[in-house]
Design a protein around this ligand. Structure first.
Ligand code: PEP
Ligand code: MN
Length: 338
């Protein structure tokens, strides 16, 4: 349930509500908005029948949250969440954040060359996998910690923030030492041990939608992370499996609007995995920005035919530059910027 506080509620009144709720087994999450301060309580709502919180001094209203996800829902927080990625870079505000880089970190030199090019085209975050969730155990599995070291050094050299996938709860601490944003891949969207682990971390998390997950299941997975205390979560639509085989996945462009309606969390679109073909990445990116996403994550490679993974969906740097110019125009048309 959500407890909306009166604008003149005193700290003593708030403390009293928190103390009472804790005795009732309710876990509080305070959200101080511009207009209102609200406290979301997670726990058995039937206790309210015995101890109605709306009679407490300082309380304006008590609202039950009807959706199965609570902290993630718009009911819990009506304003869009803005995530501070670094001192002056915010996600979920006016500016659309672009993350770009290779699917996998292949070598220091290759990552450095791609990073330099995506930076000059206007990317803010460098992407690249060091632990790769490959369909075949015989395919390249990633450089592991060595790759993370390249990522950190190159990110610092070019002033790029960094994002990489973490697949194993035991690696969360290790990966967190090297990068700014933890990526939970589509195949791990319902790995609840991993979700709990990143939920206890203070790092920003990007949660990709599962291959065949409904939006509700995806939001429930995000709820795991928030309920562990980490509210710095962005959601990433990366295409879903449908009957269509012309593309690797089907970009669910509706998901952008649906998630914005149901949740306050920022939404990213991955036009690379959504389409699986480099020639479709630019149109998918344009559509995503027009649909209202807060960021894009794009695979870029300077020799896609030699890429260790996902070469067929990787943009050449000059094509990525073209994408940036197009999405800038679209962003301006809808009152945003890139
Ligand atoms: C990736 O970003 O390289 C990746 C493996 O994505 P997904 O988890 O969406 O398949
Ligand atoms: Mn990939």
């Amino acid at each position: 349930m959500i407890v909306v506080l009166r604008p003149d509620a005193t700290q003593a009144q708030v403390d009293h509500i928190l103390e009472k709720a804790s005795q009732l087994g309710l876990k509080p999450h305070i959200s101080r908005g511009v207009q209102k301060t609200i406290i979301g309580f997670i726990g058995p709502e039937d206790v309210l029948r015995v101890t109605p919180l709306d009679i407490f001094p300082g309380v304006e209203q008590v609202i039950p949250v009807l959706s199965p996800y609570k902290l993630v829902s718009r009911e819990f927080k009506s304003e869009n969440s803005i995530i501070n990625l670094s001192g002056d870079i915010q996600l979920g505000a006016q500016r659309i954040i672009v993350m770009a880089g290779p699917c996998s970190i292949e070598s220091y030199d290759r990552l450095r060359s791609i990073a330099q090019q995506v930076k000059s085209a206007g990317a803010t975050v460098l992407r690249g996998g060091a632990f790769k969730p490959r369909t075949s155990p015989y395919d390249f599995q990633g450089l592991g910690e060595e790759g993370l070291k390249y990522m950190k050094a190159i990110g610092e050299e070019f002033g790029l923030l960094t994002i990489t996938e973490v697949m194993d709860p035991r690696d969360v601490e290790l990966v967190s030492r090297y990068v700014d944003i933890l990526q939970i891949g589509a195949r791990n969207m319902q790995n609840y041990t991993l979700l709990n682990e990143v939920g206890q971390s203070s790092k920003v998390v990007m949660l990709k939608r599962g291959l065949s997950a409904t939006i509700k299941e995806w939001l429930m997975s995000a709820e795991y992370i928030l309920s562990n205390g980490n509210f710095n979560v962005m959601l990433c639509e990366r295409g879903i499996r449908t009957y269509e085989t012309a593309t690797r996945n089907t970009l669910d462009i509706n998901a952008v609007g649906v998630v914005k309606e149901k949740s306050h969390l920022p939404v990213i679109v991955d036009p690379s995995h959504s389409t699986g073909r480099w020639g479709l990445v630019r149109p998918a990116a344009r559509a995503s920005v027009a649909a209202g996403c807060d960021g894009l994550i794009v695979e870029v490679h300077d020799a896609p035919e030699e890429a260790y993974s996902d070469g067929s969906q990787s943009l050449l740097p000059e094509n990525f530059e073209g994408l940036m110019a197009e999405v800038r125009t679209i962003a301006t048309a809808i009152g945003r910027e890139v």
